[in-house]
Design a protein around this ligand. Structure first.
Ligand code: PFF
Length: 445
């Protein structure tokens, strides 16, 4: 059981709770990943399916995770076992997944720092692909930036829930929105930008395949940070009386808005057909370089990516730190230090796997790709299925209802709908897509 809950922190108010959780949700997933999978799968058609996944699967799972955290007020492992003895392993599975994600996510986050600096100082040159390859496959420089990013995380986490996470979110999120709006206004001011808007929303259903549904679901889970304890731990810091469903709806709306604006920005630059790392780190700098004051726009873009990554990684770090503090009875400083050192080690392996250690592969993938694929294809859907089963079938119906409706005072009308989604729609739909995903993946090997 929790050993160290006496000095538990919490968010000061409803708005800060929304900002912190939106900070976790809005990340590389929105700005870099969403635009290119949207374009891969036919623009508007994908967005349509994606919105379906967000509403039918992502939103109820986010509500479920907030509810479990808020109800039990403890770290992800104890949270599940407090509600039903013997279910702590589900929290542990989430924490292992989030730790694995940290391994590669921190590396990309570090790149954004280098790119922001290199853009500002105009040192990228004009061989954009060459710069990317030589930087990311080098040994020391990417590690240096990754470590700087991890240390920034560490400093925020040791500051505590209010003094660190809440304070950082209050600065990071408005800054992120400001930069996003500046970039979006600039894009829409260009004629290409207005065309792009049409392109983002015009559906091309001929590109829709089974994989479109899988990718839409994976993206919905990843972007909302569900299943991995990050949203659970933030839910545990919500004040008494916080409307769980209302908060989740605000987070989902902000997250979706940012993803769509990011798609408009990227589409207006005409680089949507570039996928993966190439999009953000090769195609975007190239486009910026052709613009007046391009280095400033490029710097702003990478700053945006870096800020979004920072507010997401602090939620990952906090989820794992809370385990060491509450379950292992460590001080916050010590717990955070263990996570920081662990993340540095894993990120080192991930970063080197792109260069010096690229010869080492598992099923044809380097460690970096392995961390990404294993978490996205196996862990995220599995956690989605198990979390919905837990909340829909294992949690006592009356207790879950009391939590979701704040003892019957709010959300009484939406409750039956949320319960139905968690009990039936999520387990059935996610399991189906999960099985197809695994088959598809095995075929691709
Ligand atoms: N939601 C983040 C993004 O879209 O980039 C990623 C993420 C954050 C995943 C926190 C998992 C997590 F626990």
């Amino acid at each position: 059981m929790a050993k160290n809950t006496a000095q538990r922190g919490g968010f000061g108010g409803k708005l800060t709770a929304i900002l912190a959780a939106a900070g976790s949700a809005i990340g590389l997933g929105n700005i870099w990943r969403f635009p290119y999978i949207t374009s891969e799968h036919g623009g508007g058609a994908f967005i349509f399916i994606y919105l379906g996944c967000i509403l039918l699967l992502g939103l109820p799972l986010l509500i479920a995770e907030f509810a479990v955290g808020h109800n039990s007020k403890c770290n992800p492992i104890d949270a599940f076992s407090k509600i039903r003895k013997g279910w702590g392993w589900l929290g542990a599975m989430g924490l292992i997944s989030v730790f694995l994600i940290m391994g590669y996510y921190f590396v990309i986050s570090g790149w954004t720092l280098n790119y922001a600096i290199a853009s500002a100082t105009e040192t990228i040159g004009d061989d954009f692909g060459g710069f990317f390859t030589s930087f990311t496959t080098a040994t020391w420089m990417p590690l240096l930036f990754t470590y700087i990013f991890i240390i920034a995380n560490h400093l925020i986490i040791v500051g505590g829930v209010q003094g660190g996470i809440e304070r950082a979110s209050k600065v990071l999120m408005p800054l992120l929105f400001a930069i996003l709006i500046v970039l979006a206004v600039y894009s829409l001011w260009l004629p290409e930008g207005r065309e792009a808007l049409g392109e983002v929303f015009t559906p091309d259903f001929s590109k829709v395949t089974g994989k479109t549904f899988l990718d839409a679901m994976g993206q919905a889970f990843f972007t909302l940070s569900v299943g991995m304890g990050a949203m659970l731990i933030y839910g545990s810091y919500f004040k008494e009386g916080t409307k769980i469903a209302g908060t989740a709806i605000s987070v989902v709306s902000l997250d979706t808005l940012v993803a769509i604006i990011a798609a408009v920005i990227i589409f207006s630059a005409g680089v949507q057909n570039e996928s993966g790392m190439q999009l953000a780190f090769v195609a975007m700098p190239k486009v910026f370089s052709a613009m007046p004051a391009g280095n400033i726009w490029a710097m702003l873009f990478f700053l945006l990516l870096g800020l979004a990554a920072l507010s997401s990684t602090i939620s990952m770090h906090e989820a794992v730190t809370s385990y060491f503090v509450e379950k292992r009875g460590m001080s916050r400083n010590k717990g955070a230090l263990i996570v920081t050192v662990g993340a540095m080690l894993l990120a080192t392996v991930a970063s080197l796997s792109l260069g010096a250690w690229s010869g080492f592969t598992v099923a044809g993938m380097n460690i970096f790709a392995l961390l990404d694929n294993f978490t996205a294809i196996v862990m995220l859907p599995l956690l989605g299925i198990l979390t919905s089963i837990f909340v829909g079938w294992i949690w006592r119906k009356e207790d879950m209802r009391a939590e979701l409706t704040a003892q019957g005072s709010v959300d009484k009308a939406t409750y039956p709908f949320v319960r139905f989604l968690l009990k039936w729609v999520c387990p059935v739909l996610v399991s189906t897509l999960f099985i197809f995903g695994i088959i598809d993946f095995i075929k691709s090997l």
